[in-house]
Structures are given as C-alpha cells and as structure tokens.
Design a protein around this ligand. Structure first.
Ligand code: 9MR
Ligand code: ZN
Length: 554
C-alpha cells in the first residue's frame, strides 16, 4: 500500500449504530472509481442492503481530506454490515439495539484496573500487580494545620492516568460526570455488571467503583475542611509497574478550586448513596459541608503551591500548558459545589450562592478546568420545580442552547463534523463533552439536529476520523494500540477500555507532529500528550454513550 492509498478509505463508527441513529460514513480521498455507487453489504450473506451515490466531494480544510458522505440513516435493520466503494472498503460494523454494551463495560471496568493501594488480580484480563503505594503519603510541605513530618493516610483511590499520581481535581470531575449520568439513567447500571470484587453486594457496580475515588478523596481532606490537591512521587516512575514505584509519595498543598470540586462530588454522592448506605451518605455530606464552610472563610482563590511540586506529577492548575480564564478563578468550582449542596440539602444559603452567581458564567465545557456546567445541568435535572427554580432552569437551558447552536455551526464547518475545533491536550474528552451538551440540547428541545450532531461526536471517537482508528483500547476493528500508560509499557500489556487524549497541536511530547490540528496525533506509547489515557477522559465518553442510549425508546 503506498502513501496515497493509506489515506484512502471509508471511515465510520466501527462499533456500530443504534437503529434510530443518524448513520453517516465518510469516503476519504477516493479517486472516482468505475462504479458510481457504493454498496452497503450485509456480511451475514454478502447481500447488498443498500446502494448509494456518495455526496459531492468536499475538501475538509482541517485535515486536507477530500470527503464524501454516505448517509444511510434509513437503514434500521439489525445486523452486521460493511461498505464497499470501488476498491475501498470499510471495516465491518453493526446496527443493533445495544451496540455499545461491550464497549461501555470495558470503559467502566477500566477504573477497577486503575485502583491503587491494592493487589490487582483481574480474573477477566489476567492483569496483575502486587499491592502498590501503600504508604501514601507524607506531607510535601508544612502548612497551617499539618507540619512536614505529618503522615496523611491516603492510600487507595485510582491512578489518575498512565502515571501513578492521584489528583482530587480529576477524581472529582470523574465521579461528578458518572454520578450525574447514573442519576439520570440508573437502569443502565446494575450490580454484577462489571465483575469487580464488590459485585453481588446489592449496589450497582458503578457506585461501588465510584466509592473507590470518593473514599480516597475523603482522606485528602484536612481537619479544617480544606482539601489537598494531589498525591504523587517527586519523579515520573518510567518503566516501573505500580508496585515497583517505591519512591516516597507526597501530599501537595490545599487549594480552593480542589476543595470546591471535592464539595461538589461529595454532595452529589451523598444523595445518590442515600438509598444504599445511609452512613456513608452522611459522611459524604458532612465532608462536603465542611469543605464549603472552609471556602466561606476564603473568599479569594487560594492555591498552596511551591516550586518543584510538579516534578513528578501534573499541575492541574493555571500553568504554561493550561491557560484558560477559568483557571484564574474558582467561582466555576464553587458554583458546582453550591448547586450540588443545594440539591442534596435544599438549604437556602447554597441556593442563594447559586442564583447570585449563575449569570456570571456561560454554559461551558465540563472538565477539571471548569466544572460549572455540571452544576447547571444537575440543577435543571434535579431541582424541585418551585417558582424560583423554574425561572432559573429556563435561563440555564437558554445558556445551554446558545452553546449547542455554536457547536452545531462548528460541526457544520468541518468535514468530520466535530463540535470541538480546539485541538489541545485531551481534545477527545472535549469532543465527548461537547457531544454531551448536544445530547442535552436534544433532550430539552426534541430537535433531532442536536441528537445527530451528538452521535457524530461519538462516531469520530469510534473510528470516523483521519486515522480510521478508535481512540479506545480493545474497542472496534482498528483500535488505538500503543497507549501511553506506564504499567502497560512496563509489562507490554494491552489494558482494555482506555480512552486516549487525541489530537493536540502543542504535542508537548515532541513525538506527535506539532501544529497540525486534527492531524497532530500519533498512536505511539511515547506520545504522552496525544496518546495517554486519563480517568476523566473515560468518564466523558461513558457519559456520551449513556445519554445516546437512554434516548432510544424503540
Ligand atoms: O488531561 C490533562 C490536560 O487537560 C492538561 O492540559 C495536561 C497538561 O497539564 O495534563 C493532562 O493531564 C495529565 C496530567 O497532567 C499528568 N498525568 C497524565 C494526565 C493525562 O495526560
Ligand atoms: Zn498505586
């Protein structure tokens, strides 16, 4: 195959489509073949299910690809199919009532494989490591409550990403996104779904897994309610398995953004765990209130950061690499906390903070840099409908639709119909989150244009992209192979169900091509800035899939 043919092909969602979904495959860079029509072939008996003339060629300026659409949304019959157009062929894919069940399970199960402080012995994949990081952690610096000799017992939780650091910011938004979709679609998550050690305890496995993150976060709270930001070593544990990473691990300073995110996730968890475990629900609420009360003593954003803090772990703060305006303030974090505390307690002071600040913020992209959108959304979905709340909800939905309309315009302006045109670190998570916003726009209006655009964000992540590749390990016919993950690299493992960061023009790793937008991506285990996995990336993709599935009524 020469370079030209490598960039030719038919790309689509390799996992498949719900019967009612919009289904649009893309023909890439075809030279006009002798046959004028493309054929959708049913792989069961090689019969032709549909013939279609591809749409007129359009050049996608983002990738340089010449693209033609094959819109087969009208095909609803369950089965296994592939597209053929001249010499070009797609991978086989399905149309099914539950096409994403296996992928969702792998995506969810990945958290179990990321657990820290335990011996990992997974009966399904055979992945094993002895107990790791049991002595987490020592204080990195003295502060007003604890001195540097202090040992803060904070074993447990999840390794954040391909490295073994543990961070409150990503743990909180991961729990936040997943509990939010659980609350809206509880039937999609059940006990025994994931085959994890807690399966069979009467509690949905998703909630059991979220407790791993929540209970670790509890340990990161200081006696006065403030929350420490992260726990990690002082150097990156390259080539080491988790148990081989025996360096001393440190707890780094408190901050108001992390304290607020902690309060948001804990308050949310409190009401969701209430029917299952009253005692833990009370504990989560007490922790959330204590965090909020600490914030009340600190009206200004505060971050206890010292030189060298980021030598062996990520910053997750305003930094050379992350310069969004929302990282200069903590009002976005506090808004999420206020929303969840109000929804859980019904108490006035939280409602007052929320309604006083809600107009200061747009409906943004939910992530560690700005979690406010989840507070807005959960308020719309969960707040009781009294007069005040109804008016507020209308304003929030308006904000959301303003964003969704902008997303539709962006999606129409590029050939892969991406609602995100900002290719920075973690762009895949941004694509998934914009898909979630579009999905809610559909839910609030019934306008299928939003639903179709939401679907196309998932299609991109699952293979309809310039790489003809899914961005999730072990999902789809051509899945990402060389994920940047220290454990996987050290043992040459394929850990299934990991979402990677995706195209990143800054390509800080000096491995992926720089400055090429959607093409700044490389499936290389060395490309930590485009091909690393992180817990929050998985949460966004699980959220998008769950919403798309939950809208299907027939
Ligand atoms: O996902 C994070 C992304 O939003 C930031 O831009 C980037 C640089 O600060 O960091 C990403 O998170 C990484 C963390 O800093 C260190 N461990 C791996 C994380 C995923 O790549
Ligand atoms: Zn560990």
């Amino acid at each position: 195959m020469n370079a030209t043919t490598a960039s030719q092909g038919i790309v689509l969602n390799q996992v498949g489509y719900l019967p009612s979904a919009a289904k649009i495959a893309l023909v890439r860079n075809a030279e006009a073949p002798a046959e004028a029509v493309a054929q959708l072939i049913n792989t069961a008996d090689d019969s032709v299910a549909l013939t279609l003339e591809p749409s007129a060629l359009a050049i996608d300026s983002a990738s340089g690809d010449g693209l033609q659409q094959l819109d087969f949304s009208g095909v609803r019959r369950s089965g296994s199919y592939r597209w053929q157009y001249g010499d070009l062929e797609s991978v086989p894919f399905t149309i099914a009532t539950n096409p994403y069940a296996a992928a969702t399970r792998l995506l969810l199960r990945s958290y179990y494989l990321q657990r820290c402080g335990i011996e990992l012995a997974d009966p399904e994949t055979g992945i094993y490591h002895p107990p790791c990081h049991r002595h987490d952690g020592r204080m990195a610096h003295s502060d007003s409550v604890n001195d540097a000799e202090w040992y803060l017992a904070a074993a447990g939780g999840w390794h954040d990403a391909g490295d073994y650091g543990k961070y409150v910011s990503t743990a909180a938004v991961t729990v936040g996104r997943l509990l939010s979709v659980y609350e809206q679609a509880p039937d999609r998550f059940w006990d025994g779904q994931l085959n994890i050690p807690e399966s069979g305890n009467g509690i949905p496995d998703l909630l059991d897994e979220m407790r791993v993150g929540l209970d670790w976060m509890l340990r990161m709270q200081r006696a006065d309610g403030a929350v420490y930001r992260k726990l990690s070593g002082t150097s990156w544990p390259i080539d080491l398995t988790p148990d081989e990473d025996t360096q001393t691990r440190y707890v780094y300073g408190i901050s108001t953004p992390e304290t607020a995110k902690f309060a948001g996730a804990m308050a949310q968890a409190s009401r969701i765990f209430q029917p299952f475990d009253e005692a833990i629900a009370q504990q989560y609420l007490a922790a959330a209130v204590k965090a909020w009360d600490f914030l009340a003593t600190q009206p200004r954003m505060l971050v206890d950061e010292h030189p060298g803090d980021n030598d062996g772990s990520g910053a997750y703060l305003f930094s050379d690499w992350d310069q969004e305006d929302t990282l200069r303030v903590d009002i976005d974090d506090r808004l999420w906390a206020a929303a969840e505390l109000f929804l859980t307690t019904g108490q006035e002071p939280y409602a007052a903070y929320f309604s006083q600040h809600v107009d200061a913020l747009p409906y943004g992209l939910f992530e560690w840099k700005d979690p406010s959108a989840l507070g807005l959304l959960d308020f719309v979905m969960q707040a009781p409908n009294d007069v005040n709340a109804t008016a507020l909800k209308e304003r929030i939905v308006e904000k959301l639709l303003t964003r969704a309309d902008r997303l539709i315009a962006i999606a129409h302006s590029n050939g892969y119909h991406l609602a995100n045109d900002c290719f920075i670190w973690g762009s895949n998570k941004m694509v998934a989150e914009e898909g979630i916003t579009l999905a809610y726009a559909y839910q609030f209006t019934g306008d299928r244009r939003y639903l179709e655009a939401a679907q196309q964000q998932l299609d991109y992540l699952l293979g309809r992209n310039p790489f003809n590749q899914t961005f999730i390990t072990a999902v789809g016919a051509h899945s990402v192979q060389h994920v940047n993950h220290l454990f996987a690299r050290a043992r040459d493992l394929l850990i299934p169900g990991l979402v990677v960061g995706g195209p990143n023009s800054d390509a800080q790793d000096e491995i992926a091509p720089k400055g090429q937008g959607i093409l700044s991506y490389l499936d290389s285990e060395k490309s930590y800035a485009t091909n690393e996995y992180a817990i929050d990336y998985n949460a966004s993709v699980i959220g998008l899939i769950t919403l798309l599935e939950s809208y299907v009524t027939s």
